[in-house]
Ligand binder design. Structure first.
Ligand code: AP5
Length: 188
C-alpha cells in the first residue's frame, strides 16, 4: 500500500502545527513536528540537547544530521507505516532533496502551504510566547523563511501534489478547506 505523506509548509506561526494535529485526528495518520522532536531532544542534558537548544534560541536551523536522526527514529514507529503528516520539515531545498532520498517509489506526496503575512505572524507568535517567540528571534525566522521559500516551492511543485491555503481565517474554516482540497487525493 502506498504511504500518504502530507507535508505542511508556511511561515512560523502560520498554523502548521495546529492544522496538522487536527488533520491527523481526522485521517488517522500521525502528525510529526520537527520543532517538537527537536524540543524533545533539547530537554536532554546531553551535549546534543544543549547544542539543539542553542540553535533554536538563535532561530537558526539545526544541522541536517541532527534532524535526520530525530526524524528517522520517529518514522521507524509502527504508526507511520501507512503514512504521516510533517510539520516544519523539510524547510529548504537541501532538506527536501534529502527527504526525497528517504522515500519509496510508490509514496504519495502532498504539499500543503499555509500563507500568512509577516505582521500576522509576529502578532500570533508574540501572543503565544514560546521560548523562541521573542521579537528578534521571530524576525530571523521570518527572514529565513522568505529566503528559502521560493526555491522550496518550485521543487515541491515538481515533486508532488501542491495545495495552497489561506491561513488568515479561523482555525476551523482553514481545517475544512484543507480537508476539502485533500479529499480527491486521499480517497483513491
Ligand atoms: P518550529 O517549532 O517548527 O517553529 P516554526 O516553524 O517557527 O513554527 P511554529 O511552531 O512557530 O508555528 P506553526 O506554523 O506550527 O503555527 P502553530 O500552529 O504553532 O521550529 C522551531 C525551531 O526548531 C526552528 O527555529 C529551528 O531552530 C528548529 N527546527 C525546526 N524544524 C527544523 C528543521 N526542519 N531543520 C532544522 N531545524 C529545525 O500556531 C502558532 C500560534 O498561532 C499558536 O498560538 C496558535 O494557537 C495560533 N493560531 C494557529 N492558527 C490560528 C488561526 N487560524 N487564527 C489565530 N491563531 C491561530
Amino acid at each position: 500500500m502506498p504511504r500518504s505523506i502530507i507535508i505542511f509548509f508556511g511561515p512560523p506561526g502560520s498554523g502548521k502545527g495546529t492544522q496538522t494535529n487536527l488533520l491527523a485526528k481526522k485521517i488517522k495518520l500521525p502528525a510529526i513536528s520537527m520543532g517538537a522532536l527537536l524540543r524533545q531532544e533539547a530537554k536532554a542534558k546531553s551535549k546534543m540537547g544543549r547544542h539543539i537548544k542553542k540553535y533554536m534560541l538563535l532561530g537558526k536551523l539545526v544541522e541536517i544530521s541532527l534532524n535526520d536522526k530525530a526524524l528517522k527514529k520517529r518514522l521507524a514507529k509502527k504508526d507511520a507505516k501507512h503514512g504521516f503528516l510533517l510539520d516544519g520539515y523539510p524547510r529548504n531545498v537541501d532538506q527536501l532533496k534529502h527527504f526525497l532520498t528517504l522515500l519509496k517509489a510508490k509514496d504519495k506526496i502532498i504539499f500543503v502551504t499555509i500563507s500568512l503575512s509577516d505582521r500576522q505572524v509576529m502578532q500570533r507568535l508574540l501572543a503565544r510566547g514560546r521560548l523562541d517567540d521573542k521579537p528578534h528571534i521571530i524576525k530571523k525566522r521570518i527572514k529565513d523563511y522568505h529566503s528559502w521559500n521560493d526555491p522550496l516551492q518550485k521543487l515541491a511543485a515538481k515533486t508532488g501534489i501542491d495545495l495552497k491555503i489561506n491561513g488568515n481565517r479561523p482555525i476551523d474554516k482553514i481545517q475544512k478547506d484543507i480537508q476539502a482540497k485533500l479529499k480527491p487525493w486521499l480517497n483513491d
